[in-house]
Design a protein around this ligand. Structure first.
Ligand SMILES: [Zn+2]
Length: 81
């Protein structure tokens, strides 16, 4: 598929391609495909990114910290069936 990948724009953590808060829908799908069969590695990867996002967003806007972003970064990774 042509076009730029859906990657996060730091330190805003918005998608470079579609502008949605990252990980946007297409980014989530791409990650699920990339880490297919390796959910544990995907969760570790996302946990690292979440920490980074929380730090950067807090620096960016100290009066309105982003919360723990757990839903945004982790809740959509489903357990394997
Ligand atoms: Zn996107």
């Amino acid at each position: 598929m042509p076009g730029r990948p859906h990657r996060p724009m730091r330190p805003l953590w918005l998608c470079r391609r579609c502008g949605a808060p990252w990980p946007c829908g297409p980014a989530r799908l791409a990650l699920l495909v990339e880490y297919q069969g390796n959910r544990a590695a995907l969760l570790l990867h996302l946990a690292d990114l979440r920490r980074e996002a929380v730090e950067q967003l807090t620096v960016l806007n100290p009066s309105s910290p982003p919360g723990d972003l757990r839903n945004r970064f982790l809740s959509w990774v489903r357990a394997p069936r």
